[in-house]
Design a protein around this ligand. Structure first.
Ligand SMILES: NC(=O)c1ccc[n+]([C@@H]2O[C@H](COP(=O)([O-])OP(=O)(O)OC[C@H]3O[C@@H](n4cnc5c(N)ncnc54)[C@H](O)[C@@H]3O)[C@@H](O)[C@H]2O)c1
Length: 304
């Protein structure tokens, strides 16, 4: 597998060949509801074995009864390290190949943003940071551990494709008003991706980000979604998010990209590449990036 290359936007209009992922194993955090459930369903329909790590046990009963051989549930709070290590251990045991190929760090919340509030300042409640950043970083660390354990750090044909998918948001791309805390967590997903995408090929891996725009789920109340809709905002769909995940996983050339889950008025398949992540066409930024890498001895195998 080649390392990160600037290669222009991903074609999101082609038919996805999901046969490439059949028989593989995935972990989906927050996979019991909403967009995470759609990722799980899309993967299950493509013949993938999935271990869901979620706080919500009751919602997964339907999923696990529909796909009893393919879906395993682990009660897991992503902010708890022991829970996440158990999630990965159980996923490895549940996997027919005892390997973990794909990890989707999807669990996320949004809370009233006390960082933004006016009035006499009080210490803000930062659980959004805990779940969306700390929880995601635990997932990232464990994903890399398992990928490296399986593939080693010397690139070669015997390495099998693995992929980490981080979940950002329109709030990690666009100027979303008055939610600095949530926006910070979603820009963080891109930061993590940028930090890993040039070295992940050492351990046969890729890293990408999916950024949903408004998708009606339980993340916000019915009233909030109704209010937004009444103002003319068109929503994206959970099903299109599921297909976007399959597009990424089934194509080994996709590395270091951000795909946007968009309303169909913008994207014919419900997802698109806004071409956010390449810097190579800007000579100064390219030179600065080269300097950054010159200071890091990745080629000596010291950093993977
Ligand atoms: N729905 C949208 O419009 C939208 C837009 C942009 C980004 N996103 C992102 O997509 C992801 C999924 O959101 P959704 O809309 O499906 O939300 P949702 O609330 O419908 O589902 C989130 C799932 O994560 C689980 N979860 C929450 N905290 C957890 C924790 N600490 N440990 C384990 N599981 C936990 C919940 O139990 C639930 O099953 C999130 O990262 C969210 O930020 C959603």
């Amino acid at each position: 597998m080649p390392g990160y290359q600037s290669q222009g936007p991903v074609d999101c209009t082609i038919t996805v060949d999901s046969s490439k992922v059949k028989g593989k194993t995935a972990i989906v955090t927050g996979g019991a509801n909403g967009i995470g459930e759609a990722y799980t369903r899309a993967l299950a329909a493509a013949g993938v074995y999935i271990t869901i790590g979620d706080l919500d046990e009751s919602s997964t009963e339907k999923l696990t009864s529909e796909f009893p051989k393919q879906i395993h549930f682990v009660k897991c709070n992503v902010t708890n390290w022991d829970d996440q290590t158990r999630l990965f251990r159980e996923a490895e045991s549940f996997s027919p190949t005892h390997q973990i190929h794909y990890v989707v760090a999807n669990a996320g919340i949004i809370r009233k943003d006390e960082v933004f509030e006016f009035g006499e300042p009080t210490e803000p409640e930062l659980s959004t940071i805990d779940v969306n950043i700390k929880g995601t970083l635990y997932t990232v660390k464990l994903a890399m551990h398992y990928f490296i354990k399986q593939n080693g750090i010397v690139p070669g044909p015997e390495q099998h494709d693995t992929c980490l998918v981080l979940i950002g948001s329109g709030a990690g791309i666009h100027d979303c008003l008055r939610i600095p805390q949530y926006s910070a967590t979603k820009w963080a997903a891109r930061g993590i991706m940028h930090s890993l995408r040039r070295t992940s090929h050492f351990y046969g891996s890729r890293v990408n980000v999916i950024h949903p725009w408004y998708v009606k789920t339980k993340i916000l109340s019915e009233e909030v979604f109704e209010e937004v809709k009444a103002k003319g905002v068109e929503f994206a769909t959970v099903e299109d998010a599921g297909q976007c995940l399959l597009r990424i996983l089934s194509d080994e050339s996709i590395n270091g990209r951000s795909l946007f889950i968009a309303a169909r008025k913008w994207a014919s398949t419900g997802y698109m590449d806004l071409d956010l992540e390449d810097t190579e066409e800007n000579e100064l930024r390219k030179e600065i990036q080269f300097d950054q890498m010159r200071g890091n001895p990745v080629e000596d195998g010291l950093i993977v």
